[in-house]
Design a protein around this ligand. Sequence first.
Ligand SMILES: O=C(O)CCC(=O)C(=O)O
Length: 257
Amino acid sequence: MALKSGLSEDQIQHYEEHGYVVLRGLIDAERLAAYNRRFIDLVEGALPLPPGLKIMQDVMVVKGAVAPESAQHAVNKVLCLEEDEVLFEFARNEALVDAVASLLGPELFSLSSNVFNKPPGVDAKHPMHQDLRYFKLEPADKIVGVWTAILPATRASGCLAVLPGSHKLGPLDHDMPDWEYVNFGFYGIDGMDLEQRIHVELEPGDTLLFHPLLIHGSGTNESDDFRRAISVHYAAGDCVHTGKGDWRENPFTRRIS
Ligand SMILES: O=C(O)CCC(=O)C(=O)O
């Protein structure tokens, strides 16, 4: 059942203790179908790209190591969704915003937005990492990532894996993995005890809320289908920039509530 008014006490407690919480069935099938169709139309060139939106190809495609069967097979992610009226509607979804507001309070800004596409036939592993390294903001407790499955995310298709409680370790050093194919901007943390990780399998519409210091990553898609998800990071209005200037003025930041 879709949430209407935020997280329960138990869900908040789970998030605080483990660094994440899963909300089943948060986004309805009609919205998911609209995001999926939009993604396909944008990557296939059936629609003009909105300003700012970028399509990142998988590194194996860029290096000519595989010949993609279709435009969808070539794409690792679509990012900067802010000017796309269909995809960015996700960031304003009422049930989602209510859930995030339960953790961050009512004044919310979006920081980044992506459709993550993991096609069959490419490596596309995402090393275990913390998202905070991509944001020059504090405190970390006032930032939340959300990741909603558009298509099934299973162990076979390369669902996210998380290290429960790792958000309490603080920021850790990241390096580029020593892999043959590493997608642009992917950094990871060495020496993680992967035995402790949990694979977060999600049906379409299920949503993971996660702390920006939670260590997480994803494996290769060994299935025959795409694994596809839509994701936004939110920050509370009282976050402060650890870099220069006002973070709210960033061209990819939007006031959500
Ligand atoms: O979708 C994936 O495989 C990785 C996504 C991720 O690491 C993130 O949202 O920070």
